[in-house]
Design a protein around this ligand. Sequence first.
Ligand SMILES: [Zn+2]
Length: 77
Amino acid sequence: MLESSTKFLRCVRCGSKLELDVFKVDQEIEKGILECKKCNLIFFPIIEKIPILWDDFSSYLLLWSKLGGFSTAGKFG
Ligand SMILES: [Zn+2]
């Protein structure tokens, strides 16, 4: 996704703007995290340029990282 697109994205829970944290950029953002400061600890991942705006994804990722399946697990620790 393009960085300029993030201004159109909103938190699915509260509707606030999301903060962008980019891990990898190649013209478009390939990997990153969208974070809602208002909800606190609500994260939405960007995977292969696609933002995943799913309410319960952060708890899913935490479970995943416990199983050793996500390389940026330290980011959430
Ligand atoms: Zn929110």
